[in-house]
Ligand binder design. Structure first.
Ligand code: HEC
Length: 137
């Protein structure tokens, strides 16, 4: 009897855990803001200035993401930002910045990131980049 009871509890516990997991591939439940809060704020801080709770423990400090445009002559460096998030460009070496490609994998849409070429790009990556645009100082 005891076994049955604890088995039942186990199933409930696992179901609860799964419900708490980030939505993963299911793009529509996430927004750029929610992905930022979940994935980026721990290091870059809730407002993106680089003061997240994990920042103090990092040897290389998280960048101030509100200054991306300012540091690029006033223009938001869309292609560079997206490739940084995805994990194509390494930035400071060694970087403490994880590669988020697998986490942000989602249906693609065609986007011209400034080179005149329509490139299939995961929606969640675009949403995140769009959100970053909104926090430029
Ligand atoms: C584990 C900590 C950590 C997390 C989580 C993290 N970053 Fe970073 N990030 C860094 C560090 C450290 C740097 C500075 C070193 C570098 O450029 O690699 C950085 C740099 C960057 C840069 C480059 C800034 C520049 O001036 O070129 C961008 C863009 C960026 N992060 C965006 C994000 C986004 C968006 C997320 C969430 C999807 C995120 N980061 C999550 C630590 C983190």
């Amino acid at each position: 009897m005891r076994l049955v009871v604890s088995f039942g509890l186990g199933v409930v516990a696992v179901a609860g855990l799964v419900a708490c997991l980030p939505p993963g591939q299911k793009g529509p439940q996430t927004t750029g803001a929610s992905d930022f809060a979940d994935l980026c704020a721990p290091c870059h801080g809730p407002a993106g200035v680089g003061d997240g709770p994990m920042a103090a423990d990092l040897e290389i400090k998280p960048a101030d993401l509100t200054g991306l445009a300012a540091r690029n002559g006033g223009e938001f460096p869309l292609a560079r930002v997206m490739s940084k998030i995805w994990g194509y460009s390494e930035g400071a070496v060694p970087s403490m910045m994880p590669q988020f490609g697998p986490l942000l994998d989602s249906p693609t849409v065609l986007v011209d990131v400034g080179d005149g070429i329509q490139t299939p790009t995961p929606e969640r990556l675009i949403d995140l980049a769009d959100y970053l645009k909104t926090i430029q100082g």
